[in-house]
Structures are given as structure tokens and as C-alpha cells.
Design a protein around this ligand. Structure first.
Ligand code: ADP
Ligand code: MG
Length: 232
């Protein structure tokens, strides 16, 4: 993101949610953004995901300047290159963990045979985030909060994204489970070489990040206290 500014309508004025934000995240890097509620974290992810168009500035995903793309090409780019884990778990209540991943394949317009072929890949991916056979056949209400987040992460990774955007993944979890989710995000970032942006208001979870930035009033700044980048 280069000098991105985003405003929302606010009565007869406009509210500046992102104020000249620049952020570059490399493949295989986990960048964490901390900041209080209302500071613009979710807005930043929405712009990075090309769900919202910025008023100013550029958003480049996997080398592609998204402003140059038409609506269809942008949707395709988002589907193929961007994995999103939203703040609210949006798993479909009637589907098993495995089916949550396969429904994406369905939406991509692939035929039944492709969907069957994808089953093995989905099962493997779920296994890799710590969800084994029997758990894969459970529906969301039969999963713990941590397990649901693991499904969300696996689903976001299923299309092989270049960019992984994660909004407050630990807000519904206790500290220990939250830590394990962040650990998992660090792991999948290395393994899948995603450029990962993790947004959180929990400062206690940042040890696994390569870089920590703080956000306040729509502005992004490095924190006064910068942890050493971890070895890859
Ligand atoms: P955070 O995720 O850090 O809590 P947000 O990005 O959700 O912050 O919000 C940043 C600011 O933009 C807040 O002042 C919020 O009230 C405002 N905002 C967010 N979404 C909208 C919207 N759809 N319409 C108007 N204002 C919004
Ligand atoms: Mg938010």
C-alpha cells in the first residue's frame, strides 16, 4: 500500500479512517498491526483486500496495481491472490470443516470432478493446521473457538493466496489459545510464503511477528520499541 487515504461519509463531512498509510509486506513475512478500537485496522485490511477502494494512493497485490483492474479482474485477483480471515467467523453453519474449504472451490466454478480432487488437498491442509480426520467432519457448532479459527485460516489458505489478511483472530479466545493461533499464523506464513498482515489489539501476542507496527487515528507508525526480526 502506498500513501493510502480512505474516508467514510460522516454526516455532511467525511471521516478519515486511513491517513496516508504506506505498508509493504514481503512474501513469507508476518507483519502485525496493533492499535486501539477505531484506529483504522479493519479499514486497512479491507483496502488491502480490494474490498474498499481508497480515495487516494495505490494498492499493489502480487505486483498488480489494483486500481488499473476492472471490477471483474479485481474480483478474480481477490479470489486467487488474497486470503482473508475476518473478525467474525463466517463459517456456514450447515457445512462440515472439510466442506467449508470445498465450497470455495465450488464458487470458483469448478466441476464436480475438480471438487472431488480438491478433497484430498483440503483434508491435508486441515491436518496441517492441527485438525485431523474426525474433527474435519464436524460442523461449526461442534468445534471450539480455536478450532473454528483454524478452519478459517485453512479456508483462507486453500486457494494458495499471495496475501493473507487476518483481523483480530484471537478476540474470542483465551490467551493460551490465542498464542497458539498466532504461532500457527507464523508457521503458515513461512510454509505458504504468504505476505501476512495480522491485526490485533492484544500486545501480548506479538512475539511471533517479524515486524510490529502500531496504528492510531488512521496513521501507521513503527512502535517506539521494535522487536528484532525473527530468523527465517
Ligand atoms: P478498527 O478496526 O481499528 O477498530 P475501523 O477500521 O473499523 O477501526 O474504523 C476506523 C474508523 O472508521 C472508526 O472511526 C469507525 O467508526 C469508522 N468506520 C469504519 N467503518 C465505517 C463505515 N462503514 N462507515 C463509516 N465509518 C466507518
Ligand atoms: Mg476492527
Amino acid at each position: 500500500m502506498e500513501s493510502v487515504t480512505l474516508t467514510y461519509p460522516d454526516g455532511d463531512r467525511r471521516l478519515t479512517a486511513l491517513d496516508a498509510v504506506s505498508l509493504r509486506v514481503a512474501a513469507g513475512e508476518l507483519a502485525a498491526i496493533v492499535g486501539p478500537s477505531g484506529s483504522g485496522k479493519s479499514s486497512l485490511l479491507a483496502v488491502a483486500a480490494t474490498l474498499l477502494r481508497p480515495d487516494e494512493g495505490r494498492v499493489i497485490v502480487a505486483g498488480e496495481d489494483t486500481a488499473r483492474l476492472g471490477a471483474r479482474a479485481r474480483t478474480a485477483l481477490r479470489r486467487e491472490r488474497v486470503g482473508i480471515v475476518f473478525q467474525q467467523s463466517n463459517l456456514l453453519p450447515s457445512l462440515t470443516a472439510l466442506e467449508q474449504l470445498l465450497v470455495v472451490e465450488d464458487l470458483r466454478g469448478r466441476g464436480a470432478r475438480r471438487v472431488r480432487a480438491a478433497r484430498g488437498r483440503a483434508a491435508e491442509l486441515l491436518e496441517s493446521v492441527g485438525l485431523d480426520g474426525p474433527v474435519q467432519r464436524r460442523r461449526p457448532h461442534q468445534l471450539s473457538g480455536g478450532e473454528r479459527q483454524r478452519v478459517n485460516i485453512a479456508r483462507a489458505l486453500f486457494g494458495g493466496p499471495s496475501v493473507l489478511l487476518v483481523d483480530e483472530p484471537t478476540s474470542a479466545l483465551d490467551h493460551e489459545r490465542g498464542e497458539r493461533i498466532v504461532e500457527l499464523l507464523a508457521e503458515v506464513t513461512r510454509r505458504h510464503r504468504t505476505a501476512t498482515v495480522l491485526v490485533t489489539h492484544d500486545h501480548g501476542l506479538l512475539g511471533r511477528a517479524d515486524r510490529v507496527l502500531s496504528m492510531a487515528d488512521g496513521r501507521l507508525a513503527p512502535p517506539p520499541h521494535r522487536p528484532e526480526a525473527r530468523e527465517r
